[in-house]
Design a protein around this ligand. Structure first.
Ligand SMILES: Cc1cc2nc3c(=O)[nH]c(=O)nc-3n(C[C@H](O)[C@H](O)[C@H](O)COP(=O)(O)OP(=O)(O)OC[C@H]3O[C@@H](n4cnc5c(N)ncnc54)[C@H](O)[C@@H]3O)c2cc1C
Length: 415
């Protein structure tokens, strides 16, 4: 019967590849979309996820979808520096961080699934309606162009994203994703490279913020492809649709005074290829992911705010952890229990940490204590406090270098 994965996003595709890597060839991915297109804008893959992609033999291909940032810099809305830290290899990790285009990474993973598991392993045009439980099996029921189709599998992995149908059936009272009142406008633009050309800049505070990071090095005319997220409290968006395109002009206006040395915020927004609006939403942690032979993975299990850049990385970790336990546990039930024990408490804590702004708390503190700016950040936040906020988030998210560099591999040693 094999394993049926629902959703060909980064989580579902990583799960298929992770299962293949532990010897499973009976894996099929079912996706609602009738064609896979490289949707979305930039995301960051943190060193813990890049480690997993490396061990899957995919790091080089994924790295071609972006660049490895050297530095993360936080400034206030006046451009005054709050905190700066090296990232990836520059920070002592054995693996880089990668700033990549989400849709391009999805295409790389989809190609790898087809190469490794066969063309038929990825079936489009299958929208999950429900999952029925059987003894030692589960049946996924899909709507397709030809009508309903049922697939009975030893295990159904629901990686169907923030609007997961599988999760909604188990948690019918959960309602829509929870909005915290902030609206995000995401885009990419070709603009002059800023700072060292590999720095991720976060500017602002809890009310209004701008994040920018390059997805490419500069071309011959000094222009780089840059991903950005402009964010503001109370400004409208309630539709939870990753692809909602809006007019850039009012958003340029919101940021008209944000011109810092080397980074012209209104200029970047105005140069966007397309501006996508999205509310800052997540979902509450849930007490259980696994129901018989169906389990949740990625955003379906733990949709979280994007601050901290952890959504795709955590989905990849889920995928590798699930495959590891399925390959090494004495039974499927034991494997699913071990998967959930490893991943559910960790990601639930991360949802809460991101609600408390994760590592971006330094920007909130700077604004609370010095709303009109400061001469030196250490007049308002001590060096110890800044260091502690950055380090404690990395530990919570499982990517502190001291832990990640020495932890054992999730590639099992198979007989
Ligand atoms: C179109 C799109 C654009 C995105 N853009 C960004 C972005 O720009 N920045 C960012 O930080 N994050 C973005 N995300 C979210 C980000 O990819 C995820 O947070 C993260 O990668 C975790 O991935 P996931 O596989 O769990 O979920 P997702 O990436 O959301 O993938 C879920 C997959 O399941 C499919 N699906 C949904 N419902 C069903 C169903 N009923 N039956 C079958 N298949 C179903 C979806 O079409 C999708 O392919 C985007 C997601 C999508 C779907």
């Amino acid at each position: 019967m094999g394993i049926a994965i629902v959703g060909a996003g980064i989580g579902g595709l990583a799960a298929a590849l992770s299962l293949h890597a532990v010897g499973r060839t009976d894996v099929t991915v079912y996706e609602r979309a009738t064609a896979l297109r490289p949707l979305g804008v930039g995301i960051n893959l943190l060193p813990h996820a890049v480690r997993e992609l490396t061990e899957l033999g995919l790091a080089d291909r994924v790295a071609r979808c972006g660049i490895a940032p050297s530095t993360l810099t936080y400034v206030n809305r006046f451009g005054q520096p709050i905190w700066s830290e090296p990232r990836g290899r520059e920070a002592g990790y054995r693996w880089p961080q990668l700033s990549v285009h989400r849709g391009e990474v999805q295409m790389v993973l989809a190609d790898a699934v087809r190469e490794r598991l066969g063309l038929d392993a990825l079936r489009l045009g299958h929208r999950l309606i429900r999952v029925d439980q059987g003894a030692d099996a589960a049946t996924a029921v899909f709507a397709t162009a030809e009508g309903e189709a049922s697939v009975t599998a030893d295990l159904v992995v629901a990686a169907d994203g923030i609007h997961s149908a599988a999760r909604a059936a188990r948690y019918p009272d959960q309602g829509p994703p929870i909005w915290n009142g902030l609206t995000l406008w995401r885009g990419t633009a070709r603009v002059p490279a800023f700072l060292d050309g590999r720095t991720m800049v976060m500017a602002g505070d809890g009310e209004q913020k701008f994040v920018a990071y390059p997805l490419s090095g500069p071309d011959a005319s000094g222009l780089a492809r840059v991903n950005f997220i402009a964010e503001r409290r109370g400004a409208g968006a309630e539709t939870v649709d990753w692809n909602l395109s809006v007019d850039a002009a009012p958003i340029v206006e919101l940021f008209r005074d944000w011109r810092f040395e080397g980074l012209d915020v209104p200029g970047v927004i105005a140069a966007a290829d397309e501006l996508l609006e999205y509310p800052m939403v997540d979902r509450d942690p849930i007490p259980r992911w696994t129901f018989g032979r169906m389990t949740l993975l990625g955003d379906a299990a733990h949709a979280m705010y994007p601050n901290g850049s952890n959504g795709a990385s955590q989905a990849i970790l889920d995928a590798r952890t699930l495959a590891f336990h399925l390959a090494t546990a004495p039974s499927a039930d034991a494997a699913l229990a071990a998967y959930e024990e490893d991943r559910r408490p960790a990601t639930s804590a991360l949802i809460e940490s991101n609600r408390a702004q994760g590592p971006e708390r330094v920007m909130l503190l700077a604004h609370e204590r010095a709303p009109e700016g400061f001469a030196d950040v250490h007049d308002v936040i001590s060096a110890e406090e800044l260091t502690d906020i950055a380090a404690s988030y990395k530990r919570a998210a499982g990517f502190h270098p001291d832990v990640l560099n020495v932890r054992s591999s999730l590639t099992p040693v198979l007989p």
